[in-house]
Design a protein around this ligand. Structure first.
Ligand SMILES: [Zn+2]
Length: 191
């Protein structure tokens, strides 16, 4: 979730002119797929990730997980949501990843400039006031990136559904430098 435009220096090949083209953005994605498929050959892969790893990360548009981690097609599961927060649905995906598709390692990635840092649970209350219905989900906003990574690691490690919780590591990705910073799971939060 980009928090502002100031970080988004265009690596994207799309320009303002693209916005003026006829058709919706989805039409352009479908066109791009036609080009992709025309050069595609069946890699003949199994659904089980080659590296046996699942990466849980924020959906932020500035993080290219495959490039940033040196991953290739078929290497890993990528599971993304707003914040890269370990919710029940992330646990659902990790459980299937481990029990049905053989992954054993989990990598968690939050990042600098995350939109979740600007939100609070007020988002949920405002939403309820606007639509007259309380969402069943928590916003899972956070103020402290490092602490949220620790909490996410802990949620994975203590899940009763997962088979493999011995190799769970958490990181903060810096959207300005492209570097990962590992978070020590043992450091307690400031009181
Ligand atoms: Zn984010």
């Amino acid at each position: 979730m980009p928090t502002s435009q100031r970080n988004s220096q265009p690596l994207s090949q799309h320009t303002a002119a693209d916005q003026q083209r006829p058709g919706t953005v989805t039409d352009r994605l479908v066109e791009a797929n036609e080009r992709y498929a025309s050069g595609f050959t069946d890699p003949g892969m199994d659904a089980r990730p080659v590296l046996g790893v699942a990466v849980v990360a924020c959906m932020d548009a500035r993080i290219d997980l495959h490039e940033a981690l040196g991953l290739s097609l078929g290497d890993c599961h990528t599971i993304r949501n707003a914040g890269g927060v370990v919710t029940d649905d992330i646990i659902r995906s990790l459980t299937i990843s481990q029990r049905a598709l053989g992954t054993r390692s989990v990598v968690l990635i939050h990042h600098t400039g995350c939109g979740m840092l600007d939100l609070t649970e007020d988002f949920r209350h405002d939403l309820e006031r606007e639509v007259g219905q309380r969402p069943s989900w928590a916003v899972e906003a956070f103020r402290d990136l490092d602490q949220d990574v620790r909490q996410s690691m802990e949620r994975v490690r203590t899940s009763p559904f997962l088979l493999h919780t011995g190799d769970v590591r958490g990181f903060v990705f810096d959207v300005r430098t492209g570097q990962l910073r590992e978070i020590d799971p043992e450091i307690a939060p400031e009181p």
